[in-house]
Design a protein around this ligand. Sequence first.
Ligand SMILES: [Zn+2]
Length: 68
Amino acid sequence: MTIQRPPCPKCQTTTMLARITPGPAGFDIRTFECPACDFIHQIAVELVDPMKSADTLAWFQGELRAPA
Ligand SMILES: [Zn+2]
């Protein structure tokens, strides 16, 4: 399964996947880091049955944290 890397919301640079952590039931939390401005972009990805349509993927804006 290909992991899509979203563009940085601030500078549109393609982010790098930093880690995937288990989220609430049925969700993975994917953390992306922008190599250009260190922006942390977190999204919750619904884990769907592969037999179901990929169109059912739900994306949510995660809590954004400024770099220390
Ligand atoms: Zn950026």
